[in-house]
Design a protein around this ligand. Structure first.
Ligand SMILES: [Zn+2]
Ligand SMILES: [Zn+2]
Length: 504
C-alpha cells in the first residue's frame, strides 16, 4: 500500500509530556480526501510549556471535523475556547457528566487567565463568549452507546474511573471497500473509583483489531508500590493538637477527601467535634453536583461529613481566627490560586497548623516551594514568611492507573495491533514501553510524544519525528531525580534493551 493512495491515518501527539493534552488524527482516504479530528484540547499547566497557551493551536481549527473530549481536566479541555475562537465549526463530543462540570470549570479557568493576563499586561487569549460557543457545540454521548459523529466515523464512550464523567473512547473509521481502522484512546485512566463499579470493555470491541493510544503517567511504578498513609497522618496531626489545611482540586479530590473524612467519622477514627470546612466556589459547586449525580451509587452520594461548613468571603475570617482545632479543605490543589492564596500566608508560619497536599505536586509549583522552603522561608508577593507548618503529601488519591493496572486494561481491550504511548514524563513513557514489551500481548509499541505515527489496517506503517513546539526543557527538570529519591531503580539501568522504534 502506497502511503499516498491507501486508507490510513496519521496520529500526532501535540503534547510532549503530561499537560496540554491534544491528539491530532488525520485520516487519508484512497480518493485523496483527508479528514481531521482531535482528541482533547488541553491547557499547558507545567513550566516551561505554559508559554504555549497564548499561542495559536498548531493546526487549522476550521479544518477540524470534530473534537472528542475524554474528561473535565483543564489540561484536556482548557483550550477549547481557543479552538472556537480560531473558527472551529464542528461538534465537540463528551459525556453528559463532563459537559455539566465543564461549563463551570471553563468559566473558572477564564477568570484565572484574565487575572494572569492583567498582571502580565497581556491581551486575554479568548473571551467568555468563546466558552458559551464551546457549550453550544458540545453534544453528549452515553457510555457504551455507539454514535455516528461523521458519515464515516463512529465513536463509543467507555467507562473510566479517572474522574466522574471521564471516558476512554473507541473510534471506528470506515471507508467503502476497506476494513475499518479502529483506535482506542484510554484518556487519563483509572480502573477503579470510590463512586461506582467501572464497567469492562464490551465483548464486541475486544474482538476488533485496534491500535491503543495509552496514557503513561505512572508507567514507571506498579500498584503495590503505592503507600497509604492519609488516615494515619490525619490522626497523628490531630493528636498533636494541630489543625490541618488540606489543599484539594475542585473536582474529584475535594469530594474524595470529604468521603474519606466521613468514613473516618463513621468508624470512630475522627472526632465529629472537629469542624470541617470547605472553601473554594468551584469545589462547592462540584460537591453539590456529586451529591445529586445519578452516575454515583446512591449510597455513596451522601458523602458530606458531620460538622461541615461551606466557607466564602463572609465567614472566611472567622474560620481563620477560630482558635479550636479544625480541618480546612481549600482549592487549589497546588495552593497557587483560589482561597489557598489567603490561607497560606495566614497559616504558613504557625506551629499549630499542618499543610496537607492531597495530589500531585509538580516541581515548579508553589506547593513544592512550601514543601522545600529555601532556608526555611518562602516569599509571597515580595514578603518573606518563615515556614513553621508541618507539610505532608500523599499520592494515594491518585486518579491514574499504575503500570500493572494499565497493562491489564490494554490486555482486556483484546486484539491489539499497536500500542502508542503518550501522556507521561519522558522516562515514565520509556519504562512503560519496556513493561508493555515484556507483557507480550502486542507486536508493536511506540512512544508517540513528539512523533507522528502512520497507521493502516495492518498496524504501524511508519513513525516520524514531529517536533511541534521548540521548547527546551531545563536540564534540572528531570524526573529521574524524583524516582531516585523515591528509592526506585535508576532509569538507565532498567533500560538496557529498550527500543522505541527499530527503524529509527
Ligand atoms: Zn485528568
Ligand atoms: Zn491528564
Amino acid at each position: 500500500m502506497s502511503s499516498k493512495q491507501g486508507f490510513f491515518y496519521t496520529i500526532t501527539a501535540l503534547h510532549p509530556e503530561v499537560t496540554g493534552s491534544c491528539l491530532l488524527v488525520t485520516v487519508h482516504y484512497p480518493d485523496g480526501n483527508i479528514m481531521m479530528f482531535i482528541v482533547d484540547c488541553g491547557l499547558f499547566q507545567e513550566k516551561p510549556y505554559k508559554q504555549l497557551n497564548s499561542q495559536t493551536l498548531p493546526f487549522t481549527s476550521s479544518k477540524i471535523a470534530f473534537a472528542l473530549i475524554t474528561h473535565n481536566h483543564a489540561d484536556h479541555n482548557g483550550r477549547l475556547p481557543i479552538l472556537m475562537k480560531e473558527g472551529f465549526k464542528g461538534k465537540i463530543y463528551t459525556t453528559a457528566t463532563t459537559k455539566r462540570h465543564m461549563q463551570f470549570s471553563l468559566l473558572d479557568d477564564y477568570k484565572i487567565m484574565l487575572s494572569n493576563a492583567k498582571e502580565k499586561k497581556q491581551k486575554p487569549w479568548y473571551s467568555e463568549e468563546d466558552i458559551y460557543q464551546v457549550m453550544e457545540h458540545t453534544e453528549c454521548c452515553a457510555l457504551e452507546e455507539t454514535v455516528y459523529v461523521n458519515p464515516n466515523v463512529k465513536v463509543t464512550f467507555l467507562d473510566n474511573g479517572h474522574l466522574l464523567g471521564a471516558a476512554s473512547i473507541f473510534v471506528q473509521i470506515s471507508c467503502y471497500g476497506e476494513d475499518d481502522l479502529n483506535i482506542l484512546f484510554t484518556g487519563d485512566y483509572k480502573p477503579t473509583t470510590i463512586w461506582k463499579e467501572i464497567r469492562q470493555i464490551p465483548e464486541w470491541i475486544r474482538e476488533l483489531p485496534k491500535t491503543i493510544v495509552t496514557e503513561s503517567t505512572y508507567g514507571y511504578m506498579d500498584s503495590n508500590e503505592v503507600e497509604y498513609h492519609f488516615e494515619s497522618d490525619i490522626q497523628k496531626i490531630l493528636s498533636q493538637g494541630k489543625s490541618i489545611t488540606i489543599f484539594v482540586f475542585a473536582q474529584g479530590r475535594t469530594q474524595e477527601v470529604l468521603y474519606v473524612l466521613k468514613t473516618m467519622q463513621a468508624g470512630g477514627r475522627l472526632s465529629k467535634k472537629i469542624p470541617i470546612y470547605l472553601d473554594g466556589k468551584l469545589a462547592q459547586i462540584n460537591t453539590k453536583m456529586y451529591q445529586i449525580s445519578e452516575e454515583i451509587d446512591e449510597d455513596k452520594r451522601d458523602f458530606i461529613p458531620e460538622n461541615f461548613t461551606l466557607v466564602n468571603k463572609e465567614n472566611r475570617q472567622n474560620v481563620i481566627s477560630e482558635t479550636k482545632q479544625k480541618i480546612i479543605l481549600t482549592t487549589s490543589g497546588m495552593a497557587d490560586h483560589g482561597p489557598a492564596c489567603i490561607y497560606v500566608p495566614e497559616f504558613v508560619s504557625r506551629k499549630d497548623m499542618a499543610f496537607y497536599f492531597s495530589g500531585y505536586v509538580s516541581k515548579d509549583s508553589f506547593a513544592n516551594k512550601i514543601m522545600n522552603p529555601k532556608d526555611g522561608k518562602i516569599t509571597i508577593k515580595g514578603k518573606d514568611y518563615d515556614v513553621n507548618v508541618d507539610v505532608y503529601s500523599t499520592s494515594e488519591f491518585s486518579s491514574h492507573a499504575k503500570a500493572d493496572e494499565m497493562i491489564a486494561k490494554l490486555k482486556e481491550a483484546g486484539n491489539v495491533q499497536l500500542v502508542l504511548i503518550n501522556h507521561g514524563q519522558k522516562e515514565s513513557q520509556q519504562i512503560f514501553a519496556q513493561k508493555i514489551i515484556n507483557a507480550e500481548f502486542t507486536k508493536r509499541v511506540e512512544i508517540l510524544s513528539e512523533h507522528s505515527a502512520v497507521v493502516g489496517k495492518f498496524g504501524l506503517i511508519k513513525i516520524m519525528g514531529s517536533k511541534i513546539y521548540s521548547i527546551n526543557k531545563p536540564k534540572e527538570d528531570n524526573s529521574t531525580e524524583k524516582y531516585k529519591k523515591e528509592g526506585r531503580i535508576p532509569v538507565r539501568k532498567r533500560f538496557n534493551n529498550y527500543f522505541v522504534c527499530k527503524s529509527r
